[in-house]
Design a protein around this ligand. Structure first.
Ligand code: 13P
Ligand code: SF4
Length: 328
């Protein structure tokens, strides 16, 4: 008797290390449906590194950090982009592809950083500090980007600041990323009291405890963590830079001080490495589920649009960032 492998069966080996087969059975129907709908709609799925493994390995066409997703969004040929991530990422994809339909599976996928600042806040900072360039983290609304000179991500923040060749910048809205970058570049940074609700929760004491509990562990932290956490870590970088560290240095025991799905996705591909799960979940990223992605493609919702006048100005700031070169 011959058995025919379904597409979901073919995907399973990629996630077998982190998803038990009895759980995969409950996911397979949605995975099959999404793969079929992608073809019918001529759609691609861009998945952030914080997507859970069934989305990251099961249905995404392109995966990466915020910088990679922005870069890849400029290359997309499909008619429809489903952004499996958060709202600001979908807006960035739309800015870069005004003629394409950009969908987000759940409109509530926000970000504490994006919500911490408005366009008027940026105009006020400019009034307070005339002539000082505004560097805006991509984790912001299009309206905030539109008030900015240049954007950055955690993967290229140092390169972006250094590209400006000035002694002082306004870097918004993440106070911790700004403080970490100021220390690395020696540039004076004026910032804003925003923070990532996932990364601000880690403390230096947490890292010291992880080292006590797991001798020999390599600690990798995201630069949205407070400087005292970055000080205790062996390496700090964007999600893609952490992935690169793991893949090239292959630490036998590693703790990723960031969102939990990072460890799951790297553990799936590196079953020989031990991942210490000292992580926090991002509730916004976790609104992306297989069911929500399937629904997005079935109903062509929720479409993300950006006011064209805002989009033109925001795109300038994103394009300037993309010209600065990559960190990988
Ligand atoms: P990166 O993937 O760019 O490191 O960003 C992390 C993040 O928190 C995105 O919301
Ligand atoms: Fe925003 Fe932090 Fe969630 Fe990233 S992890 S989307 S920065 S709240």
């Amino acid at each position: 008797m011959s058995t025919t492998l379904t597409t979901a069966d073919q995907v399973y080996p990629k996630v077998a290390h982190v998803i038990p087969s009895i759980e995969w059975v409950t996911m397979a129907d949605d995975v099959e449906a999404i793969l079929r709908l992608k073809q019918e709609r001529n759609a691609v799925i861009l998945g952030h590194n914080y997507m859970s493994p069934e989305i990251y390995y099961g249905v995404s066409d392109i995966v990466g950090d915020s910088l990679a997703l922005a870069r890849e969004a400029t290359e997309v040929e499909a008619d429809v982009i489903v952004l499996a991530g958060v709202h600001f990422m979908a807006e960035t994809a739309k800015l870069l592809n005004p003629s394409k339909t950009v969908l987000i599976p759940d409109l509530r996928s926000g970000c504490s950083l994006a919500e911490s600042i408005t366009a008027e806040d940026v105009r006020e900072l400019r009034r307070l500090h005339p002539g000082v360039p505004v560097v805006t983290y991509v984790n912001t609304s299009a309206a905030v980007k539109a008030e900015s000179d240049i954007c950055c991500t955690s993967g290229n923040a140092v390169a972006v600041i250094e590209s400006l060749g000035v002694p002082r910048v306004i870097m918004i809205p993440d106070q911790y990323l700004a403080a970490n970058v100021a220390r690395q570049t020696g540039v004076e940074v004026i910032t804003h009291p925003g923070a990532c609700e996932v990364h601000e929760r880690f403390t230096g004491a947490d890292i010291r405890q992880v080292r006590l509990d797991y001798p020999g562990v390599s600690v990798l932290a995201h630069p949205e963590c407070p400087p005292e956490v970055v000080d205790e870590a062996d390496f700090a970088g964007s999600t893609a830079q952490m992935q690169q560290f793991v893949e090239t240095r292959r630490p036998t025991r590693v703790a990723l001080i960031t969102e939990c799905s990072m460890s799951d996705n790297l553990a799936a591909a590196n079953p020989d490495l031990e991942f210490v799960r000292a992580c926090n979940l991002c509730p916004h990223m976790k609104r992306n589920t297989l069911a929500a992605i399937r629904h997005a493609l079935e109903t062509m919702t929720h479409e993300v649009t950006v006011d064209p006048e805002v989009a033109v100005r925001a795109r300038l700031a994103v394009d300037r960032m993309l010209q600065v070169g990559t960190a990988r």
